[in-house]
Design a protein around this ligand. Structure first.
Ligand SMILES: Nc1nc2c(ncn2[C@@H]2O[C@H](COP(=O)(O)OP(=O)(O)OP(=O)(O)O)[C@@H](O)[C@H]2O)c(=O)[nH]1
Length: 250
């Protein structure tokens, strides 16, 4: 059903997680280069726009460094998993075409750097996102406790006008691991309290729920769009009768 379209146009990750010595000149130069490429790339795309017959949706993965954001994106788009993945610097994105409930969608997945030191490199790319995937790792309690900070950071830098209705989806990744520090019930409770968000437990390694997670993101966006369309239709004026059509939702 889904058509693969793997086009890496964002920056590459450049240094191994444990090799701090390699974060010198080369990294700074690479960051500058990434900025230029991303400013060009991001200016070419807008949120929820039509490209040909397909709807272009921008979804963004946020969460602490090392929770598996890049691995989820790569599993979904290229069906590959790298157990020696590198930290992301700034952001990168991949596209994949898919069909959800009869709608053709080009999903533009933006993967961000979770490490605090890259904050200024990732936040400029939040604007225009149609959905935000808040990600933590079930074997890392701190990453779960930081979800609220990620949610706030996104709302602030994406300049979300109506946070209560913005489609967030929460992902508890690395469910293949045995040393869990966060239970399913705790995560579900957080989602319920913070906006009744859908919660999915994923494993980029085992390919558990990865497709389901991205499809859920699309469904959430489409549901919001349908709601908006419904509201707009509700506000059309019937010129024949001279009266305003009734509206109950907006
Ligand atoms: N066991 C297991 N390991 C995973 C899974 N997903 C990612 N990993 C591993 O976790 C590490 C971090 O994965 P990344 O995908 O780079 O994490 P990230 O969230 O993109 O990290 P930053 O780029 O620093 O923000 C890598 O060693 C991955 O191989 C998973 O589902 N299960």
């Amino acid at each position: 059903m889904a058509k693969l379209q793997s086009s890496v146009v964002g920056p590459k990750r450049n240094f191994p997680k444990k090799n701090k010595a390699a974060t010198g000149k080369r990294e700074k130069l690479q960051e500058k280069l990434n900025w230029v490429r991303l400013i060009i790339n991001s200016s070419l795309f807008g949120a929820a726009t039509m490209s040909g017959k397909s709807l272009l949706l921008k979804v963004i993965l946020l969460g602490d460094g090392g929770v598996g954001k890049s691995s989820l994106m790569n599993r979904y788009v290229t069906n590959k998993f790298d157990s020696q993945a590198f930290h992301t610097i700034g952001v990168e994105f991949l596209n994949r075409d898919l069909e959800v409930d009869g709608r053709f969608v080009t999903l533009q997945i933006w993967d961000t750097a979770g490490q605090e030191r890259f904050k200024s490199l990732r936040t400029p790319f939040y604007r225009g996102a149609d959905c935000c995937l808040l990600t933590f790792s079930v074997d890392d309690r701190q990453s779960f406790e930081n979800l609220g900070n990620w949610q706030k950071e996104f709302i602030y830098y994406a300049d979300v006008k109506d946070p209560e209705h913005f489609p967030f989806v929460v992902l508890g990744n690395k469910v293949d691991k045995e040393d869990r520090q966060v239970t399913t019930e705790e995560a579900q409770a957080w989602c319920m309290e913070n906006g009744d968000y859908p919660y999915l437990e994923t494993s980029a390694k085992d390919d558990t729920n990865v497709t389901v997670a991205f499809e859920e993101a699309v469904r959430q966006v489409l549901a919001v769009e349908e709601q908006l369309e419904h509201c707009m239709l509700g506000h059309t004026i019937d010129l024949n009768s001279g009266s305003k059509a009734s509206s109950s939702c907006c």
